[in-house]
Design a protein. Structure first.
Length: 259
């Protein structure tokens, strides 16, 4: 998470307005003078705000005119999309649509990594740091009030190490971006735990047992795993919909376990 400063807070507010459509693409964002007056700051600080907004990728400087608003939904890259998702949370329909896309990419990446790593022939010996990570996950999940953000971070780290062992750097980079998007939003983090976090630890320990056996999973086991994996992600989307749509309780930090 970025450190909070006046510059970051005001830049985020302007970015939220662009996300919500309050400022239209191609138009000029409020000038340095207007930003300084609205947010009661000096012009030097207001200039830093607009520079920060440009670094976000939400505006671009036009000589002699000011900062023009980019069509961030159409042309934004991964980093812009990450901010759009964070700023979309007050707009449930938009947030849910974006989260569905994020979950679909995450599901594909993680399922591919788990199946390929677990089914590889000859078996890939689990590195010591992978087993250590599973132990760390079990410890975190066993806390009286589990920190869901910490647990999800550990799981991302585990998949990242599997992708490294498989020699898949592009997939690892994509997973890192997805992880950043999700870990910044408490509702998204909580959604990945529609049931007790201890079940996540049990799954990883079961996978470790398959790796240790060296025999690999059977075809029936693979089919069952894929079906359970798909059902789990449907529950993740449902939980997120509840959280941002007002059906469930909004989540703050630190995260608490969801039964």
């Amino acid at each position: 998470m970025e450190p909070r400063t006046v510059v970051a807070d005001v830049a985020d507010e302007l970015a939220r307005r662009i996300t919500a459509g309050d400022y239209q693409p191609g138009k000029l964002v409020p000038s340095v003078r207007q930003v300084a007056e609205e947010f009661e700051m000096n012009r030097a600080t207001a200039q830093l705000v607009l520079g920060r907004l440009e670094s976000y990728g939400f505006v671009e400087a036009e000589r002699g005119k000011g900062f023009a608003i980019r069509d961030v939904w159409e042309t934004g890259g991964v980093d812009v999309y990450r901010r759009l998702f964070r700023f979309s949370i007050p707009m449930p329909d938009t947030a849910i649509e974006m989260f569905r896309d994020i979950v679909e990419v995450e599901r594909t990446l993680v399922l591919h990594a788990l199946l390929r790593y677990t089914s590889s022939a000859p078996p890939i010996a689990p590195p010591a740091e992978l087993k250590a990570g599973i132990g760390e996950l079990e410890l975190a999940a066993g806390q009286a009030v589990p920190d869901l953000r910490q647990i999800l971070h550990i799981e991302i780290m585990l998949v990242r190490r599997m992708l490294t062992a498989l020699g898949l750097p592009m997939q690892r980079a994509m997973l890192n971006s997805i992880g950043e998007m999700v870990l910044e939003v408490p509702e998204a983090v909580a959604a990945f735990f529609p049931s007790a976090p201890g079940l996540h630890a049990l799954l990883w320990r079961a996978l470790a047992a398959v790796w240790d056996s060296g025999a690999g999973p059977t075809e029936a086991q693979l089919d069952l795993f894929e079906n359970l994996f798909d059902a789990y992600h449907q529950r993740v989307i449902t939980r997120f919909t509840e959280l941002v749509g007002g059906v469930g309780e909004r989540v703050g930090e630190p995260c608490a376990a969801t039964a």
